[in-house]
Design a protein around this ligand. Sequence first.
Ligand SMILES: C[S@@+](CC[C@H](N)C(=O)[O-])C[C@H]1O[C@@H](n2cnc3c(N)ncnc32)[C@H](O)[C@@H]1O
Length: 401
Amino acid sequence: MLNTFQQGEHALLPRATHDERARQNFAKGLRGYIQREVLPGLTPLFSGVSAKARAKGDELATRHDVRKAMRREPYFQSYAGLNRTAQELLWLSVIDAIEHDWNRLSAEVEARAGQGGELRIPENFDVPRYVTALDIHCMPGGYASAADPAQFAAGALYERGVYLYAMGYGGPFNDGKGRSVCNYLLKHLPGFEPARILDMGCSVGHSTLPYEEAYPDAEIWGIDVGAPLVRYAHARAAELGSKVNFAQMNAEHTDFEDGSFDLVVSHIMLHETSGKAMPKIFEECFRLLRPGGWMVHCDLPPFDLMDPLTQFILDNETYYNNEPFWGAMREIDQVSLAKKAGFEADTVRFDTAPMVIQAYADESAKGYDKDAASAVADREFKAGEYAPGGGWEVLIARKGA
Ligand SMILES: C[S@@+](CC[C@H](N)C(=O)[O-])C[C@H]1O[C@@H](n2cnc3c(N)ncnc32)[C@H](O)[C@@H]1O
């Protein structure tokens, strides 16, 4: 596990005082404690609860059955309450640092306005209701708050907050997902040389930047519905020496031309959309791709690949972490949706992209900080924390040539 001090340093990262760091460390430590010490207790609790149910002739066959039985248990209630408290503390500990470092951060963002790649933020933009209706994963103000005075604070909050949330397991630059998918593509589609790549729901560009390393000749765009996110992403990328372009756009209907990309990807975006948006996003991916191009969406696996207890644990995000689509999305038949959008039926599949910290053992794995990787390499992944099987699940599909 990387500690709070091992996040990759750059000028856009909010600088915390000693006390703010101590609070961030506590919030991260509390999360780690819950995962390590409290979460495992749910398994024996479940054994007891399901044995009691069976004795009465009931089978806890679905995640809903498991929830009904488990939510009455004081141990589960304590776990869920602690988890929620840790999540709220985590964001609050970062907000303090952003407020205290505000003037410096504003100047750093401004200074990068003409640097790096292109930044497009339109005048009038409709942020979808599924993003504005509530503060997703309890992040105060959400991704696109009108109360964000210089329109980048949500980016700074996400940058530091998600590092603490992932407890450093995404790597120093939190780019583990992007790197994992890049490794997967380099391995499974050798010879595929995309000239234009689009990352949908890029937030601050964590997962977008690795594509520049994997495909150095490609033109790369990251889009997101949150203006504060893409403004921060652009400044962060420029600071890190990247030429990736960013734009505020909706993945359901972008401004790009038909057939203008070879690869369209997303990382943990789909579960933050909606049942109505998802089919539109798949259709938009199809429209945007050139014949022979690939669509890859990276997220956690669908529920039918997990046992009911794991489903229940993950679904706590729906109930207690302001992620209304988290559970429903994992029940949608994404393979059928992709086929319906026009993708070649025999190419549409779910597959596992090994997390880059595991793939690192393979010498061919590309570009990952070795010290950081070895610090986390022998970590055991637990149900409910990350994808069962230790990988990111990718939905992959090709547009017919
Ligand atoms: C969990 S974050 C993903 C972060 C990033 N992809 C990563 O790997 O770290 C989900 C992002 O999707 C964005 N989003 C949600 N719906 C979207 C849509 N219809 N079009 C574009 N972005 C969207 C949200 O604003 C948010 O930044």
